[in-house]
Design a protein around this ligand. Structure first.
Ligand code: ZN
Length: 415
């Protein structure tokens, strides 16, 4: 038996996903094959999603300096194969930056693995200390689709940053199917409730899009900073409601797109059901109670290496007023943080063709308000690539912080 059999493998932790298939010795070099595990079947999408992975490989010292190749043999069967890159994307917007896996030896700093490739439906990641100095002398390494943001981190943020702020309250507005709290953060400054605009930010409907949590982390910290003049000016005109974690069950279970029952929450905004999509049910009820003049729903996109928004152009209520507001918000966001751009993105919905079960469309139509879906890349920002970290947790945070400025720029025009 080769010593490679002593390599350890686990995904048994918060947001873990990955099932060890085999460890083999190919010409004296170890190959570990790991399958990504399915989300529960999603009726409206006609498939079981998968793409998020997050696992730990241990006992690396047994390799005695040899490189280890980890292969995901079912990568080609994932929800967005275009997210992995490869030859087929050459010359397309999706192919403007390659996908490189995230790895960490300290669970704080997540670097990009240069030797990541996608071929014949398999994602191959080669861990070689000679090419990646961070791996030198490591006992174990974590691999993930994107820098994870755990439920523990979320709870720490709520307890240390949010609940301790005089401006913020955290309220449990319901429970998930697994029994987790659905939390609503409300931030009030000098604005009187009756005059204040009602501004919402929600994140992590899709649990595999951990970018959204890093974005909200940056956003909330800046919003609650008592010395930040933009935050204070915004809070003089608006009450800000934030749902930092729309899908705690899916996030903890290591899913890409669904809650515990297989609901794709971002297809549940027309008729959310308490026994299938309670997360949306509770949040939508609060939106109707509190009012909504603006909402940003924060996501990550597997294929496009850009930051962009998708708007409500296809909603029956779409108007010159909403179009002008959206343009002003986007222009101001781009000026504040050039990682945001308006050239690349999804095709714009044709008039009256929006799917109103999607959160941003459903809210736009229900409240006749500016509501946008924000997308961040898994790969990198192809306009400003970073070979070391790619699109990263820190850059998500900065982009979240920067969202205060454009929101202040348009707040007087909301209603
Ligand atoms: Zn999403």
């Amino acid at each position: 038996m080769s010593s490679f059999q002593n390599l350890g493998f686990s995904s048994c932790f918060d947001s873990g996903n990955g099932k060890l298939v085999t460890i083999s010795d190919v010409g004296g070099l170890p190959i570990m094959r790991v399958n990504i595990t399915n989300d529960p079947y999603t009726e409206v999408d006609g498939r079981a999603h998968k793409m998020w992975f997050h696992f730990k490989v241990s006992n690396l010292r047994g390799l005695q300096g040899k490189p280890l190749t980890v292969v995901l043999p079912n990568a080609g069967d994932c929800s967005y194969p275009g997210g992995w890159g490869g030859e087929a994307l050459k010359g397309t917007p999706e192919g403007a930056a390659p996908y490189r896996a995230c790895f960490s030896v300290d669970r704080q700093n997540w670097l990009r693995l240069n030797d990541t490739s996608y071929e014949d439906g398999e994602l191959r990641m080669t861990l070689d200390a000679k090419a990646e100095p961070a791996l030198e002398g490591a006992d174990f390494v974590y691999l993930a689709y994107f820098a994870p943001y755990s439920q523990e981190q979320h709870m720490d943020l709520m307890a240390t940053v949010v609940a301790s702020s005089a401006k913020a309250t955290v309220r449990t507005i319901g429970r998930t199917l697994d029994g987790a709290d659905m939390e609503l953060v409300t931030v009030r400054g000098s604005a009187k409730d009756e005059d204040a605009k009602k501004v919402w930010f929600i994140a992590r409907q899709h649990p595999g899009e951990s970018q959204a949590s890093w974005w909200i982390d940056g956003f909330l910290r800046r919003l609650l900073d008592p010395s930040d003049p933009i935050a204070n000016a915004l809070l003089a005109k608006a009450v800000v409601h934030v749902v930092p974690m729309m899908n705690p069950d899916g996030a903890r279970r290591g899913y890409l797109r669904t809650n515990a029952a297989g609901a794709n929450l971002n297809r549940e905004w027309q008729t959310p059901k308490l026994d299938y999509s309670p997360e949306v049910f509770h949040v939508l009820r609060e939106m109707h109670e509190e009012g909504l003049d603006f909402c940003l729903d924060v996501h990550g996109d597997e294929a496009l290496p850009y930051n962009f928004i998708a708007g409500g152009e296809g909603c029956p209520c779409w108007s010159d007023r909403l179009a002008a507001l959206q343009k002003e918000w986007c222009d101001a966001y781009e000026r504040t943080n050039p990682d945001f751009q308006q050239v690349e993105g999804y095709p714009v919905d044709k008039p009256n063709e929006a799917n109103l079960a999607i959160g941003s469309n459903g809210m736009c139509q229900a409240f006749d308000a500016l509501v946008m879906t924000m997308e961040m890349p898994f790969k990198d920002n192809a306009n400003a690539p970073d070979m070391k970290v790619g699109w990263s947790a820190d850059r998500c945070r900065r982009l979240g912080e920067a969202a205060l400025d454009p929101t202040l720029a348009i707040v007087d025009k909301l209603r």
